[in-house]
Design a protein around this ligand. Structure first.
Ligand SMILES: [Zn+2]
Length: 284
């Protein structure tokens, strides 16, 4: 999202929200804390702006995911290659087994992992743990297990950090303004919040993550993969491979995830920090 809300307004809203018990308990899910995840080796600890309740965002996402699954089934493109599905689920489950490090509640999310036959290079994890990997990642990019773990770990991290809810919240304020917040705070959000919910699934796909959100997903994803026993160096080779593919038909993933030199440099710099976790995971 290009147009961010202004800082003072953001501060005011955070103050209002934390001062209001109705919203704090349901929307933050973590009492007295304005960040969605626990700090760890990768150092992701930014305070976040959240307005829409987590339960609502999770519900919208589950609906959108079910629709995608239904569509794919109709087109005969859902989980058509059992070996590929097994591979993606094995990797994803190893990553999911580590999410408790960042947030214990995510261990009990209703995680789902599916593969859609589609030549595009893309993958996503919707809020609440709904993962989809497009087969182009395997068929065209020829991603190794470590590289797939890097992509899926990155996407899982977006979900753990609730970046979807964060950007939906920002868009909500832009669209409906402070008046909507007022009705939210008094507990009579009514029509406004319903409209907000309606645009939720569209927003998830339409609004790209901001640069800071991308950086966080890179960092946390790298740690998640290392803890699951996947080589952190693969994040770098993954982006390099993506970039090489970019010369032909640009991978869809790159439109929202630019493989910039700084991104690759950051991953290279962080890899040694999480390598001990990878070594330890390999031994056990
Ligand atoms: Zn991302």
């Amino acid at each position: 999202m290009k147009k961010m809300i202004k800082k003072p307004i953001q501060k005011l809203m955070i103050a209002l929200i934390t001062a209001t018990s109705i919203v704090t308990a349901s929307s933050l899910g973590l009492s007295g804390c304005a960040t969605t995840t626990k700090d760890s080796v990768s150092g992701v600890n930014r305070s976040q702006f959240m307005l829409l309740p987590a339960s609502q965002v999770t519900k919208m996402s589950a609906q959108a995911y079910t629709e995608t699954i239904t569509e794919a089934k109709k087109k005969n493109t859902l989980n058509v290659d059992p070996a590929q599905l097994d591979r993606v689920r094995t990797i994803s489950n190893r990553l999911i087994a580590q999410v408790g490090v960042f947030r214990p509640d995510a261990v009990n999310w209703k995680w789902e992992v599916n593969v859609e036959k589609n030549d595009q290079l893309n993958a996503y994890c919707m809020p609440g743990g709904k993962i989809m990997v497009l087969s182009g990642m395997m068929d065209k990019l020829k991603a190794t297990d470590d590289e797939l773990a890097a992509v899926i770990g990155h996407e899982i991290s977006h979900a753990l950090r609730e970046h979807g809810r964060e950007r939906m919240s920002q868009a909500y304020v832009q669209q409906f303004g402070l008046q909507a917040l007022a009705s939210f705070v008094t507990g009579s959000a009514g029509a406004a919040i319903t409209q907000g919910a309606g645009m939720g699934s569209q927003l998830f796909f339409a609004l790209p993550n901001g640069r800071e959100q991308e950086r966080e997903a890179d960092k946390m994803g790298l740690e998640l993969a290392a803890r699951a026993g996947y080589n952190p160096d693969a994040a770098v080779t993954l982006w390099q491979k993506m970039e090489a593919m970019n010369k032909g038909a640009p991978p869809e993933f790159l439109s929202t995830h630019p493989a910039s030199a700084s991104r690759i440099a950051d991953l290279k710099a962080l890899a040694p920090k999480v390598r001990p976790l990878y070594e330890a995971a390999k031994k056990s």
